[in-house]
Design a binder for this molecule. Structure first.
Ligand SMILES: Cc1cc2nc3c(=O)[nH]c(=O)nc-3n(C[C@H](O)[C@H](O)[C@H](O)COP(=O)(O)O)c2cc1C
Ligand code: SF4
Length: 592
């Protein structure tokens, strides 16, 4: 394949977007998928196709971690060492892989067969410790599975625990190969979209969604109906619906299952939301590592077009909707909605100052609603069964259920659909079957790695947005990371701080400098070289990062530092003063 041969496909891709520059990531993928890497010649070629400077193309290649400028091995093994995987032995797995193949992360075996990388969370924590081999997620990489991987044998598909009986979302997770169009239709699918398109006004849809108390489930918990009502009705500009499927918060793995197993629920939700805000074009931004989920979702989109549920005059309603799938390329910050929009427009994933909020000026400076996958997938239930029933499943101010991703030291890691107000204790001890190996609970992060940590004494708390805020932490993405008594909290903070230092977009100095500085100090303490002033110094740096930056990433990077040190101060002090880990008296030792 040559660059010239890619030109027809490139033209078709550019034609999907309002502005040619927006096709930058798709073109970079086109080149890398077909030619193995992005050469300088390819950068020049892409620049020419998009009327973009080569310098800008090079910036994109270096910003997004999945693009490479040199050829890789025939196979790629990406080992996750983020906190949920670290808790289940990822460091040892990586060490065994390095010893076996005699390469370090970033290297390729001399025969050109395998390239090894160490990566941040792949959002498959139910498989921890896990890795991605080409497009496949493999894990848990313990015992037999790791042996198969090292011998180059076929690794069976993982069978993690998944709720399949949830009232709102998870019932169709029972189809391992996905609930495709006929199955979805037979299950009552598209009835709600039909109702929304043929029998309801946009205001009626917004009223019902507001009455259902549906909160945004991407992390911020903003009421969905209220957000939609901000879209100006009289704007001459087109309105866009953008689906945030960039799932990247360590500890979270819910949206992947919706994309893979129930993609039509998302599509039906998109139809309802698009009708409510008057949008005729929707973009679905899927994280780059989600190759199989993206492929499955693309199949559902094709089915929906073929059956008249997308395209022009949908089901005779005179409502049109087109869907474009846009693949990310390895940058956590693109989950932040304005960074996602900048990325979608062909830029580096840089968050923007708000206001203006996307509902007023978002994609291509037009009114845009960004919603999370799970938020949208709740909509068919609300319109089909009524807002009262959805509201009654949850708490006073948050209706419905949530998909809780539960990982770390529990006996049964998995994805659990439960009422929004389920208690954290119930999630850990009833759903996930308690702490593994009969150990005692030490700490829990209730809403993805950005959330403040809770101690074992603080788990009698409801998991809805308001209750967790009142408890001094946050519900976030509902990624629950459980740590038992053997966990070294310094090592946990090291994993969190490495993540934030790696993922800062670098625009704001308190964030760019602060995250790196925190990581370096924590690493030094971990190496047994702590100084008496280090802990107060860390708290001061974290305090200086809060509320001073373009987006809340910097605040999120500060919260683990503040909460881990405050709640486990004596353990941190012992590390600093003795250079040793107090948790090492227990079963699993911290490395230094
Ligand atoms: C640093 C950062 C990362 C985020 N990552 C995600 C993400 O991976 N997925 C997501 O849906 N929302 C994420 N969000 C929240 C989005 O900015 C936005 O609030 C959400 O997509 C809105 O959809 P919702 O109202 O349906 O929740 C992130 C926010 C921040 C600040
Ligand atoms: S706070 Fe951090 S991630 Fe957010 S815009 Fe600033 S530098 Fe980027």
């Amino acid at each position: 394949m040559t660059l010239e041969e890619l030109e027809p496909k490139a033209r078709e891709m550019i034609g999907r977007y309002e502005q040619p520059r927006a096709a930058a990531l798709p073109l970079l993928w086109l080149v890398q998928d077909n030619l193995g890497h992005i050469s300088s010649e390819a950068e020049f070629w892409i620049g020419k196709q998009l009327a973009m400077s080569v310098a800008h193309v090079r910036e994109l290649v270096s910003f997004y971690t999945m693009f490479r400028m040199k050829p890789a091995g025939r196979r790629e093994l990406r080992v996750c060492t983020s906190l949920p995987c670290q808790l289940r032995g990822a460091r040892d797995v990586l060490a065994r892989i390095e010893t076996h193949f005699k390469i370090r992360p970033g290297e390729t075996t001399p025969d050109g067969e395998l390239t090894l990388s160490e990566v941040e969370c792949l959002c498959a924590c139910e498989l921890a410790p896990m890795a991605q081999l080409d497009e496949h997620f493999i894990g848990p990489l313990d015992g037999d599975t790791l042996g198969l991987l090292l011998r180059g044998s076929r690794i069976p598909d993982p069978q993690p625990f998944l709720s399949t009986g949830g009232p709102v979302i998870s019932s169709r997770f029972r189809y391992p190969d996905g609930a495709w169009f006929e199955t979805y239709l037979a299950d009552g699918g598209y009835q709600s979209a039909g109702k929304a398109l043929l029998h309801m006004t946009p205001d009626q849809i917004i009223e019902q969604v507001s009455a259902a108390n549906l909160r945004g489930l991407g992390g911020a918990g903003f009421p969905a109906g209220r957000k939609w009502s901000f879209v100006p009705k009289s704007s001459p500009k087109p309105r866009y619906l953008v689906v945030n499927a960039d799932e990247g918060e360590p500890g979270t793995f819910k949206d992947r299952y919706i994309l893979e197993r129930d993609p039509h629920a998302l599509l039906e939700g998109m139809l309802i939301a698009a009708r409510a805000i008057g949008s005729h074009k929707a973009y679905v931004y899927i994280r780059g590592e989600y190759i199989r989920p993206a492929r499955r979702f693309a199949r559902a989109v094709e089915e929906a077009y073929a059956n008249g549920w997308l395209g022009k005059n949908i089901q005779g309603s005179s409502f049109d909707l087109d869907v474009v799938i846009h693949r990310g390329a390895g940058a956590y910050i693109c989950g932040e909605e304005t960074a996602l929009l900048t990325s979608l427009e062909g830029g580096k994933g840089f968050p923007r100052l708000k206001p203006p909020f996307p509902a007023i000026s978002g994609l291509f400076q037009s009114p845009t609603i960004v919603n999370n996958v799970e938020t949208l997938a709740c909509l068919p239930f609300i319109l089909r069964h009524g807002p009262e029933r959805f509201a009654a499943l949850g708490t006073l101010r948050q209706g419905g259920t949530r998909l809780f991703s539960v990982g770390g030291h529990v006996s049964r890691p998995g994805l659990y659909e439960a009422p929004a107000g389920v208690s954290l204790r119930e999630l850990i001890y009833n759903h996930a079957q308690g702490i593994r190996n009969g150990q005692r609970l030490k700490a829990v992060i209730p809403g993805g790695i950005s959330a403040k940590v809770l101690t074992a004494e603080e788990i009698d708390v409801a998991m809805d947005f308001d209750s967790l805020t009142a408890a001094g932490t946050m519900a976030g993405s509902a990624g629950v990371i459980v740590m038992d008594e053997s966990t070294c909290m310094l090592e946990a903070l090291l994993a969190a701080s490495r993540f934030f230092a790696h993922e800062s977009c670098g625009q704001c100095s308190p964030c760019r400098e602060g995250t790196g500085w925190i990581h370096r100090i924590v690493r030094r303490i971990w190496a047994g070289k702590g100084k008496p002033q280090d802990l107060d110094h860390l708290l001061a740096i974290a305090g200086d990062m809060e509320g001073k930056t373009i987006c809340v990433f910097a605040d999120a990077a500060a919260w683990p530092v503040q909460s881990y040190i405050t709640k486990f101060r004596s353990e941190f002090e012992e590390h600093v003063h003795t250079g040793r880990c107090p948790a090492s008296r227990e079963a699993v030792a911290c490395r230094p």
